[in-house]
Design a protein around this ligand. Structure first.
Ligand SMILES: NC(=O)c1ccc[n+]([C@@H]2O[C@H](COP(=O)([O-])OP(=O)(O)OC[C@H]3O[C@@H](n4cnc5c(N)ncnc54)[C@H](OP(=O)(O)O)[C@@H]3O)[C@@H](O)[C@H]2O)c1
Length: 256
């Protein structure tokens, strides 16, 4: 049995990860504001990491601008790594995203900073880059309001959050290994199609409006720069299987 802290353990990936680690008999500590620990201010962090040898970071913030994303991941990651150093943590595992060096989206610049801080840290580390989750379309829909759903034109190869969580479990319970092989789903899709189909499956009357983001960001996202470029690990569950069989809260029928 290992003692593992999951930072962001209440989130889309984090909640599945916590459950899997517990199912495998590990002693899991959830770090999230809703559990009394704020990684941005550092409140409660030292106490939460006392005696913990392994930390998995799946924290996130719904920020899109470069300034806010870099500020979030810079502060959260630096606070976390400093606290890990004080606590003597022996393995820091983080979840990142395939293709972030090829697409200059503001959010990805924050993820690049997160990776850089981890690589430069003296806490032994593993970074897993995964493609967008099957749940990504639902996250987008749930964070929007109004009759029209604006969707960036994006080619993606989505993977189930449950499969990402399973691989993170394996990596966290192994020796630190630096950059892990990239994880992607089994099929390539266009994001506006997934959003349209998700809304239809929910019985929503919201209309989908695909927009191509300006400049280099829009061009690279639309042309497949977020797809994996090398052979790596592939998830098995297709997006269609996820849509019909998974019942995450985000797929409950809309009340409005
Ligand atoms: N979504 C995707 O398609 C995708 C794909 C590949 C990689 N990723 C990466 O995977 C990670 C997790 O994404 P996700 O979609 O699972 O995230 P999510 O569902 O938005 O969950 C975010 C988590 O972070 C916690 N959190 C936020 N601010 C915090 C703070 N100041 N202190 C402590 N905890 C805080 C939240 O809990 P509280 O609100 O209770 O604090 C929650 O548990 C991200 O780094 C993302 O870049 C995501």
């Amino acid at each position: 049995m290992a003692q593992v802290a999951v930072v962001g353990g209440t989130g889309t990936v984090g909640s599945r990860l916590v459950q899997m680690l517990r199912d495998r008999g590990n002693d899991v500590h959830v770090i999230a504001r809703s559990h009394g620990v704020d990684v941005m201010s550092g409140d409660g962090l030292d106490a939460a990491l006392r005696g913990i040898p392994v930390v998995i970071d799946v924290i996130n913030a719904p920020v899109t601008s470069k300034r806010r994303s870099v500020a979030f991941f810079q502060t959260a990651t630096a606070n976390l790594l400093d606290a890990e150093r004080r606590a003597g943590v022996g393995h820091h595992v983080a979840l990142s995203i395939v293709g972030i060096d090829r697409v200059p989206l503001g959010y990805y610049l924050g993820k690049r900073r997160q990776e850089q801080l981890i690589r430069e840290s003296d806490v032994p580390w593993t970074i897993l880059r995964a493609t967008q989750l099957h749940e990504f379309a639902a996250q987008l829909v749930d964070r929007s309001r109004g009759p029209v759903q604006v969707v960036p034109v994006m080619r993606l190869q989505p993977v189930a959050a449950a499969e990402v969580a399973a691989l993170l479990c394996d990596l966290a319970l192994s020796e630190p290994s630096g950059m892990a092989e990239e994880l992607a789903g089994p099929e390539v899709h266009e994001l506006p199609d997934l959003v349209r189909r998700l809304l239809r499956a929910r019985g929503s009357s919201r209309r989908t409006l695909p927009i191509r983001l300006p400049g280099e960001t829009g061009r690279t996202m639309a042309s497949g720069a977020l797809l994996p470029t090398a052979a790596g690990i592939r998830g098995h569950q297709t997006w269609d299987e996820w849509l019909t069989t998974a019942v995450p809260p985000t797929l409950m029928p809309e009340s409005t």
